[in-house]
Design a protein around this ligand. Sequence first.
Ligand SMILES: [Zn+2]
Length: 370
Amino acid sequence: MNGHIIPGTPIAVDFWKKRDCPSAKFFFLTHLHGDHTVGLSSSWQYNIYCSAVTSKLLTEKYGIKDDLINVLETGSSSIIYLDDEKQEQMVVSVIDANHCPGSVMFLFEGYFGKVLYTGDFRYCDLMFVDTPLSNCSDIDILYLDNTYCAPECIFPTREEAIEKLIKLIQEHKDHRIIIGMRNLGKEDLLVQIAEITQEWISVPSSMYRTAEILGLPNVFCIEDNECKIRVVPFHTVNKSNVIGWNNYEPTLVILPSSLYCGLGCIPFEGIPNFHIVPYSDHCSYEEICTFVERVKPKFIYPVVNERQRGGIFGKLSDRSDLSCLNKYLSKEQSVKFTIPKSVKRFMSLPMNTYMRKVSRQKNKAAKYHY
Ligand SMILES: [Zn+2]
């Protein structure tokens, strides 16, 4: 699970184990990938703050009740009261995380200082153009997507990866194309492939529904074996299937993923017609360094917890050691704070009392564009 409680606050981000932290009262969701939603189900009863796109997917795919969702528009800042007496407030700004549809970063500003929570993200210059990050020089705590935080994690830009992928497809004109993908995140890539190759793309029904919700161009069809290009679930791309597909007809199998970067091993190495193209929705190590250098936080914490790794990905646990980024941190002292009394009282309220109060007086965020 990649969620965290911001210490000394009632704020939870991508954290859904309510019983483990009863003082959490405000639940923020960065994006809808499974490792950020552990514990979130249709029986969830508390307010959720997320982007408009995530909100649509939440109701459709997770069955979350509409009236629990507070949409925070990407590119806006909102004021949220942190108690039931309206004495203490924070500002939360929402920044596009360039990771998957609906993904955002949250910048929280309040009695606790400034906390930037990236969720998963891929660095791009636009994050620093006319956003709260443009002039930020005093971030107290940065919660950082450390998925590829190791010097050996070198991979190309998404544009370069797409170019490579298209070239591969064009070099295999007489082959069927199979692409292994997870459910949400690389829809833009598929649209580009469809537009360049002028081919329909067959996808699993759940992915088709996602494309409908996202209002993507009409380039998809559902599990149609007649399509030259087919998307299959990521986990079904294994050695025996690659061989089996090729026994049936010449088939180029592609995994657009940087998952194996820096691990020193390539799965199914040497199997004909199988390629991994390092198309990534996360930052490379170099991009992580650039981002941290620009944000210059006083403290930094990893979003991805080392305890969750295992198997060949055990090596990834090193990536939660962020000491390699210390040289980019600000030397200034972090803000020291005490929790305001009204917030402390609010945090200690039993959840059912809190819910009754919220249903009487929904904590609507006052929005403005930054
Ligand atoms: Zn993600």
